[in-house]
Design a protein around this ligand. Structure first.
Ligand code: PLP
Length: 399
């Protein structure tokens, strides 16, 4: 069955006693046992919850994995998954990494004796060079955020297999609707379901999908032992969002492509990052995914344009996050990548002229009009010598 149909039908046939189309929210944390040694399959909600089960089964099926594990956030999913590793282990990780993941690795997990090498995953010889005898896994984002660089997942899976490593892919930006890493040879998929899967900027959630009996068993143990599980109400809200994922992703990406092409022509824009606009990224992306997604970044010609541009937007909100139906713009240097040292930030291409757009599902003409009028106004303010906005960017909130 097509993904669109499976998405729309999440949970519809699961409630046997009443036939409820929308699967109920089971708030119960404890479950009565029929007799000694007997169980309904549920005993305590951290271990398993009927509402969460429906979500976990759905994401496992959508990603083509053996089981799914719903966590209280994307970071909770990554932290839970990282329980696979122990003191002395080393991971090779995408250079252009989500800022929160970088912070968890560098400021929390190094304290537990794990170590990380950050490598441009498009550069296979560099990946191989970074692999040591203690290396246990590759952790990859593709496309990356905010530079939208595309790594070849099949080639990375082959490299991982040859060196006996686990390949972990953060599939947040693509969702299983556009990209299914497990079918390309990955072992684990991670999602910040807060983004496209939820889709409405109103639920914080993370998902893990595993392939292979041993990894799946180990993840089940970690999920229950660590306990950063998703609450039933949030599991329900996430499933409600996922039902429209196919429609939303289609609109996100046609809007993003239209906006990317408009920005690429704009005299105040130096560069646009969108996989469809870069021949190399486009070739790899087309070989492994069903589209280019709804994220784009762009570099303006002058850092003085940033603040007045953000202040002049009327439709698009200046906010952190991505993947919702509403368009949002982010300033990575002070928001998503604030916890990255300046040097590493520059390496990852995050400079003070870079803006990131999560393109929503509004009408494309309204989005283009908003960006054009805000750039024009920003230029007028810049030329007039005004500062136009964020007085102290360093005090912006961190994600
Ligand atoms: C947002 C995000 C995360 C973290 O997820 P939360 O739900 O915010 O905890 C991880 N990876 C990527 C790519 C993200 O965009």
């Amino acid at each position: 069955m097509h993904l669109d149909s499976r998405l729309a039908q999440i949970g519809t046939k699961k409630e046997k006693s009443t036939g409820a189309i929308s699967y109920p929210v089971y708030h119960a944390t404890a479950y009565r046992h029929p007799a000694l040694g007997e169980s309904t399959g549920y005993d305590y909600s951290r271990t398993a919850n009927p509402t969460r089960d429906v979500l976990e089964e759905a994401i496992a099926s959508l990603e083509g994995g053996d089981d799914g594990f719903a966590c209280s956030s994307g970071m909770a999913a990554i932290q839970t998954m990282m329980g696979l590793f122990s003191q002395g282990d080393h991971l090779v990780v995408s250079l252009d990494l989500y800022g929160g993941t970088y912070r968890l690795f560098e400021q929390v997990l190094t304290g537990y004796g794990l170590s990380f090498s950050y490598v441009d995953m498009r550069d296979l010889p560099a990946v191989m060079k970074a692999i040591r005898s203690q290396t246990k896994a590759l952790f990859v984002e593709t496309p990356t955020n905010p530079q939208l660089q595309v790594a070849d997942l099949r080639a990375l899976a082959e490299t991982a297999r040859r060196h006996g490593l686990i390949l972990i892919v953060d599939n947040t930006l693509m969702t299983p609707y556009l990209q299914r890493p497990l079918a390309l040879g990955a072992d684990i998929v991670i999602h910040s379901a807060t983004k496209y899967l939820g889709g409405h900027n109103d639920v914080l959630a993370g998902l893990i999908v595993t392939k292979g009996e041993e990894l799946t068993e180990r993840m089940r143990f970690l999920h229950n032992s660590i306990g950063a599980v998703l609450a039933p109400q949030d599991a329900w809200l996430l499933m409600r969002g996922m039902k429209t994922l196919a429609l939303r992703m289609e609109r996100h990406q046609t809007n993003a492509e239209a906006l990317a092409r408009t920005l690429a022509e704009h005299p105040l824009v130096e560069k646009v990052y969108y996989p469809a606009l870069d021949p190399e990224a486009k070739a790899v992306q087309s070989s492994q995914a069903a589209g280019f997604g709804g994220m784009l970044s762009f570099r303006v010609t002058d850092p003085g344009l940033v603040a007045p541009f953000l202040r002049s937007l009327k439709l698009i909100s200046f906010a952190e996050s991505l993947g919702g139906v509403e368009s949002l713009v982010t300033y990575p240097a002070t928001q998503t990548h604030a916890d990255m040292p300046e040097e590493r930030r520059r390496q990852a291409g995050v400079c003070d002229r870079l803006l990131r757009l999560s393109v929503g599902i509004e009408h494309p003409e309204d989005l283009i009009e908003d960006v054009n009028q805000a750039l024009a106004r920003a230029e007028r303010i810049l030329k007039g010598g005004g500062t136009g906005g964020i007085r102290n960017p360093a005090s912006s909130q961190r994600q």
